[in-house]
Design a protein around this ligand. Structure first.
Ligand code: 13P
Ligand code: SF4
Length: 363
């Protein structure tokens, strides 16, 4: 449904005054969360900024506000709904703000993969781990089957937990939906390429032989982020040729050949901290979404922060959240109308919460 003209025809100043006035009227009833990839015109209104892990923690601890307005993407708002109390409602300003990576694994495909694997290995010893970038139904699946959620900032801790045989957990992990985060973390933990196999949900038994499944430790779902997969080793080489003393920072959703050439690998929050810690005068090449890279450059006047791919596009779904939609949901709340509420059903909530709380307890 298109937004009313009041919002579509308003200029930046008019939208700012609508948002500011609505926020002031709502006071502590509303809490706005902003993911690091949001544009500045939205981010300036966030009561808290964070990466997906940080925001899920903040949502879990934010019990006062009746309304959480999530400036991020759909899976993040679902997680916030799971982690907040029954007296709270979560709103996503534009329901089209999804995540193409999250859409690469759906519950039917995962259930089917589980059944197929059950014909080859003992799934009691298979631990499912889902990246935060997944639907609540997948988090619930993971919760029901003894696994946990992870984010890019804690994937190592969660995989270590999942493969802790001494604690009687798994001998094998099914990791979805991002093969790159799974592979990068597997290498970090000392596993070799042969210990990790890509599970292609379009092929019988994921395109693997029985033997390959049996010999694997990590089964990596064939999913990826189209923003991060654009970065190539040639981008790192070109940056290093231009700035021999430059520092390269890479998000772990990038392919391993890019990650392996970086100086720092980490979540959006880890990249922000590493930029802050870099010496004054540093030139830093970053492989992640462009809004964050530009903000880092603007907020670090003593450093130069550039995107490693000069042609990188913004995350188009994150960009769906704009001041127009933010003004529309906030003014709705002032008028007593809850717009674009994200609701996860009770049974899914129960099990997704188990998986999310396991993650919060591990890290
Ligand atoms: P972070 O976990 O670093 O916030 O990343 C989330 C995301 O969607 C990256 O593409
Ligand atoms: Fe999804 Fe990639 Fe956008 Fe992150 S950057 S929300 S993984 S599409």
């Amino acid at each position: 449904m298109p937004l009313p003209e009041r919002y579509t025809s308003a200029d930046g100043a008019a939208l700012d005054s609508m948002i500011g006035a609505a926020k002031a009227t709502l006071g502590s009833d509303v809490f706005i969360l902003g993911h690091h990839y949001q544009r500045d015109e939205v981010m300036r209104w966030a009561d808290a900024r964070g990466d997906s892990f940080g925001l899920s923690r903040i949502a879990a601890g934010q019990s006062d506000a009746a309304y959480i307005v999530f400036c991020g993407v759909h899976f993040m708002a679902e997680s916030a709904d799971v982690l907040t109390g029954d007296h709270q409602q979560v709103l996503l300003p534009d329901l089209n703000a999804g995540c193409s990576m999250a859409d690469m694994a759906d519950i039917d495909q995962v259930e089917e993969a589980w059944d197929e694997l059950g014909r080859v290995i003992d799934v009691e010893r298979l631990i499912p781990v889902t990246y935060m970038n997944s639907a609540a139904s997948l988090k619930a699946f993971v919760g029901r089957h003894g696994g946990a959620v992870c984010t890019s900032s804690n994937a190592r801790a969660v995989l270590t937990w999942a493969l802790d045989r001494a604690a009687g957990r798994g001998e094998r992990v099914l990791f979805f939906p991002d093969q790159h985060l799974g592979r990068n973390t597997g290498f970090e933990l000392g596993y070799g390429a042969d210990d990790m196999r890509v599970w292609n949900p379009r092929l019988a038994l994921g395109g693997l032989s029985d033997r390959e499944v049996k010999e694997s430790t990590l089964l990596l779902w064939k999913g990826h982020c189209s923003v991060h997969q654009r970065f190539r080793p040639a981008h790192v080489s070109a940056f290093r040729a231009e700035y021999p003393d430059g520092i390269v920072m890479v998000h772990p959703e990038c392919a391993h050949d890019v990650v392996s050439m970086g100086d720092v690998t980490g979540s959006t929050d880890a990249i922000i901290k590493a930029v802050a810690a870099a010496p004054s005068g540093s030139v830093i090449g970053v492989a992640t979404e462009i809004h964050l890279v530009n903000r880092l450059n603007n907020e670090s006047p003593d450093k130069t922060v550039v995107c490693l791919d000069p042609l990188v596009c913004p995350c188009s779904t994150m960009s769906r959240i704009d001041p127009q939609h933010l003004a529309w949901v906030l003014e709705g709340l002032v008028e007593g109308e809850v717009r674009n509420r994200i609701v996860v059903d009770p049974e899914t909530t129960e099990w997704a919460k188990v998986a999310l709380e396991r993650m919060l307890a591990i890290t």
